[in-house]
Write a protein that binds this ligand. Structure first.
Ligand code: SF4
Ligand code: FES
Length: 250
């Protein structure tokens, strides 16, 4: 199929940037979206032009780095998949495809389609961990009884890959779905209870310090999340934060 790509090109964080048009010929429908961009970049390099910078690593929906907005939707027109899992059969011959980076003040553009998602790392560093002794004598996980429904909910929350599509989809650039998944994953399990109170307070404070917006319950985050993280986690985050505020007297 023949396509017209309109891609956001931006040389550096300070560059104004703009859309550049690239005609693509003979794109195979079985190609992944990133393979299609690889072909474009090979052509650009052959012509002595600067290839399009975009993030990718695993190319199988695990690492969460392939962040881009395709035709107005984070991770493109399909549901419950990442950009690297999107295939060109989702598009038609003659289509024009707009490709942009995730847009959020807390995710500044570094170059072309790559953004700095260090804000998520700093939120995780603030409290997204448990303290356990790992110096030998590892305790078998099955020695700690955990309710099946709690284990299932914790597992579902743990599937969040930190891609940031929830932020890019939200009109407020809220990171509530991401933070709620990370808080829920640990709050639901006994192993996470030791730091339960300080964790949620620190992670929410860091989320605010990074400049993410507030949640106004539109649900755009969950609609675009490639891992179908549930809005129930945001309700749990609010309960965890309220409880921690009472317990700590903040
Ligand atoms: S909640 Fe979903 S959209 Fe947000 S970072 Fe996690 S996987 Fe990505
Ligand atoms: S490249 Fe890892 S999730 Fe897409």
């Amino acid at each position: 199929m023949n396509l017209t790509l309109k891609i956001w090109r931006q040389k550096s964080p300070d560059d104004k940037g703009g859309m550049v048009t690239y005609p693509m010929k003979d794109v195979e429908s079985h190609m992944s979206f990133l393979e299609m961009l690889d072909v474009l970049n090979n052509d650009l390099i052959t012509k002595g032009e600067e290839p399009v910078a975009f993030d990718h690593d695993c190319r199988e929906g695990i690492c969460g780095t392939c962040s881009m907005v395709i035709n107005g939707r984070p991770h493109g027109p399909d549901s419950a998949i990442t950009t690297c899992q999107l295939h060109m059969r989702k598009f038609n011959d003659g289509d024009t495809i707009h490709i942009e980076p995730f847009r959020a003040k807390s995710f500044p553009v570094l170059k072309d389609l790559t953004v700095d998602r260090g804000a998520f790392e700093r939120i995780m560093q603030a409290g997204g961990f448990i303290s356990v002794n790992t110096s030998g004598n590892t305790i078998d996980a099955n020695t700690i009884p955990i309710r099946k429904d709690h284990a299932d909910m914790a597992f579902d929350a743990a599937t969040c890959i930190g891609c940031g599509a929830c932020v890019a989809a939200c009109k407020n650039s809220s990171a509530m779905l991401f933070v709620s998944a990370k808080v829920s994953q640990l709050a639901l399990l006994p192993q996470g209870h030791t730091e339960r109170t300080e964790r949620v307070l620190k992670m929410v404070h860091q989320m605010d310090a990074e400049g993410f917006g507030t949640c106004s319950n539109t649900g755009a985050c969950a609609a675009e999340c490639p891992k179908e993280i549930s809005l129930d986690n945001i309700a749990r985050l609010n309960r965890e934060y309220l409880r921690a505020s009472f317990v700590s007297g903040e």
